[in-house]
Design a protein. Structure first.
Length: 261
């Protein structure tokens, strides 16, 4: 029996990953906040033959998250943890600068929510010297996007954290995978007005991610053309990069989520 923890399992990519992993011999620890959507995905995964534990958690709550993960791991050792939960927020011509509240909400969930998931998981995995953790960043983490500066900041920090901890953990027998998707059709970007080149559906993104995770790949970024394009853009003179990314018609709505204090 393999035990896989997935945060953000109630929607989009996390939900598609849960369905992809669901099958006989799998124990899924599915985390989200929306009770109805959590029960729905848990039911679908059980129907596919998986054993499911549904955890209704707000990942901004560090202690509650750590206690739940430690409790689940004590019952059944977690083999793979995928920190997928996240939100987006950004700017528009009418709102060129993000509010202090939106910026902090993005950092609280997209950065600290990941840390709150990964830290207790590693605390459980390190003594047994095995396991695999994966963090969902974004191609928007490869270069600051004027349409979503805080989101880019949080994702760049997740990338740096995953890369930074990877070598030492590998020596301890624990794999770290960084996942950097391009555009995926999910509720996250439903209200975003922007060109979304090479957008794919969540099921396809989940298959690509699963294949990369099965191979314990350090970096799972897709689509390749967009990934290479953004790497190139990051190497360009800063002002040229700014010009290419500063698109006047783009509107990324401000999040209504807030930091917990
Ligand atoms: N879609 C894209 O184009 C794209 C591209 C690159 C990277 N990504 C990244 O992929 C990940 C998944 O995105 P998605 O597109 O699948 O988004 P989504 O459909 O909006 O799903 C987001 C998930 O995160 C959960 N979540 C948000 N805040 C949470 C919190 N405080 N505590 C616990 N769970 C929380 C949501 O749970 P509830 O709804 O139950 O609250 C939901 O399950 C995110 O990290 C996102 O940044 C997405």
């Amino acid at each position: 029996m393999s035990t896989v923890l997935i945060t953000g399992a109630t929607s989009g990519i996390g939900r598609a990953l849960a369905l992809d992993y669901a099958g006989p011999g799998m124990r899924l620890l599915l985390v989200g906040r929306d009770e109805a959507r959590l029960e729905e995905v848990a039911g679908l995964c059980r129907a596919r033959g998986a054993e499911v534990v549904a955890g209704r958690l707000d990942l901004r709550e560090r202690e509650a998250t750590a206690a739940w993960i430690a409790g689940q791991d004590a019952a059944h050792a977690i083999d793979l943890a995928i920190a997928c939960a996240g939100i987006v927020s950004g700017t528009s011509a009418a709102r060129p600068v993000e509010s202090e509240e939106a910026l902090r909400a993005v950092l609280a969930i997209d950065l600290m929510g990941v840390v709150n998931t990964i830290e207790p998981t590693l605390a459980a995995m390190r003594p047994r010297r095995r396991g695999h953790v994966a963090m969902v960043g974004s191609l928007a983490g490869l270069r600051g996007f004027p349409s979503s500066p805080a989101y880019s900041m949080a994702k760049a920090a997740v990338h740096a954290y995953a890369e930074g901890i990877r070598p030492a953990l590998r020596r301890e027998g624990i794999a770290v995978s960084l996942i950097a998707p391009g555009f995926v059709r999910t509720p996250l970007n439903e209200a975003v007005v922007a060109p979304r080149p090479l957008e794919m559906d969540a099921a396809r993104a989940a298959r690509i991610i699963r294949r990369g995770l099965d191979g314990r790949r350090a970096m799972i970024s897709f689509p390749l053309v967009l990934y290479l394009g953004l790497r190139l853009l990051a190497l360009m003179p800063a002002r040229l990069g700014d010009l290419l990314l500063d698109r006047p018609g783009v509107d990324v709505p401000e999040t209504t989520e807030r930091e917990r204090r």
